[in-house]
Design a binder for this molecule. Structure first.
Ligand code: DNO
Length: 396
């Protein structure tokens, strides 16, 4: 029998209402963390990294994965300053490596990280989930942001649904929608104003999907040789949702996109964060098949489930239920571990985390980052580790 997946849990740092002591009780042994207080693009000093690492060690766990060292917008849009930011990025990687932290997650989504329209969507049992409601996004785009040419991106039916949705919500709900959509990077309390968002959009006027993909390849070619030398495994996180929104391109949404990423600079250091929740929002993403075909590049697993709804909407379901077949995904992950063992690789214990969780029970008494409640995630982790054990014992 080979080693299990490494059970990890995301922690947002000392300001997180979920403490390291609480996380330890979930059974997780690894922490997924970032220095969220350092502005995107700035170097993470060795001192700051060590300070954080010491906190995690003192709590009896290890800092397994950095999620994320975010990519400066100039790298995504390919401006003149990008080389300067790439140099800084590499210094951060050097410092992380020196501190012994070797798995680094990042994403290449323009301007916004993940996007939801409702962070308190009640399920029949009154648990609270996150939801992406396509008519709400369209309403925001067409009638609140009033983006130029936005009407071209929606069918007459979608425009009508957006209007109906907008007319049905109160002023307060409208304010909540704006705040939810404009929430910036996870781990920060930052919310963009509409004007700031419009300024960001302008910067993408010249950057279509083709250019964004080229800029990603440029970034990879620049950093991967250093990452490889440092023993760092980079793992790109897919787009969430995995399709373009607000006229912004998205280039890490499908299996083909992931293949383009790994082929842009072949190296063990150029890998993937396999996020079932992000990729699973598209019915045409064959999740178990992706693990089967691209498993060798997977350095980090985000396991959660979405329930797809008609018209591109979805909400976050229980970890084992929803539109994606978590059994089939887990089975192929275990088969990937077996392949690694047989080929002499030593990265069998792929770090995985229960991605997001519902708000349940006592979770309502804490203010946590949307999706990052403790009990909801503990439930997800417990289910996933049981699934892993059951499958492993029956097939190995
Ligand atoms: C959401 C997360 C994402 C993820 C980044 C990775 O909960 O999965 O925010 O951390 O996109 O860079």
């Amino acid at each position: 029998m080979f080693s299990n997946l490494e059970q990890t849990f995301r922690w947002f740092g000392p300001s997180d209402a979920v403490t390291l002591a609480a996380i330890r009780q979930t059974g997780a042994t690894g922490i997924v963390n970032a220095l969220h207080h350092i502005p995107c693009g700035d170097i993470w000093s060795l001192e700051e990294i060590k300070l954080r690492d010491d906190m995690i060690k003192a709590a009896g766990m290890r800092w397994s994965v950095v999620e994320s060292v975010n990519i400066h917008e100039s790298i995504k849009t390919g401006t003149k300053q990008r080389d300067e930011y790439i140099e800084k990025y590499i210094i951060t990687l050097k410092n992380l490596s020196e501190a012994g932290i070797k798995t680094v997650c990042y994403n290449f989504m323009p301007v916004l990280d993940w996007t939801r329209t409702n962070i308190d969507f009640r399920l029949p049992n009154n648990a609270s989930a996150l939801r992406y409601h396509a008519p709400a996004v369209a309403a925001f785009d067409l009638y609140i942001l009033e983006r130029e040419n936005a009407f071209n991106d929606f069918t007459p039916q979608q425009q009508q649904d957006a209007k109906t949705y907008l007319d049905s919500i109160s002023a307060e709900e409208k304010g909540r929608l704006v705040n939810t959509v404009m929430a910036g990077l996870p781990g920060t309390g930052e919310v963009l104003t509409i004007d700031e968002f419009k300024d960001h959009l302008k910067k993408y006027a010249e950057t279509d999907a083709k250019a964004l993909k080229e800029n990603l390849a440029y970034f990879l070619k620049a950093i991967i040789p250093d990452a490889e030398g440092l023993g760092i495994k980079m793992c790109i996180h897919p787009d969430d949702p995995p399709f373009p929104i607000f006229g912004l391109p998205r280039v890490v949404s499908t299996e083909k996109d992931l293949l383009d990423v790994v082929n842009a600079c072949p190296s063990v250091s150029n890998g993937i964060t396999f996020c079932t929740g992000s990729l699973g929002a598209r019915a045409d993403n064959d999740l178990p098949g992706i693990v089967n075909r691209l498993g060798t590049h997977i350095h980090f697993l985000h396991l959660r489930n979405v329930q797809r709804e008609p018209g591109g909407s979805f909400y976050e379901a229980d970890h084992l239920n929803g539109s994606s077949d978590m059994y089939a995904v887990m089975k192929n992950v275990i088969l990937e571990q077996k392949k690694r063992l047989e080929s002499g690789r030593d990265d069998i214990a792929i770090p995985m985390r229960p991605d997001h969780g519902h708000k349940l029970l006592d979770d309502f008494n804490y203010s946590t980052y949307p999706g990052y409640s403790i009990i909801g995630r503990l439930k997800g982790l417990a289910e996933l580790r049981g699934l892993e054990m059951g499958i492993k014992r029956s097939i190995i």
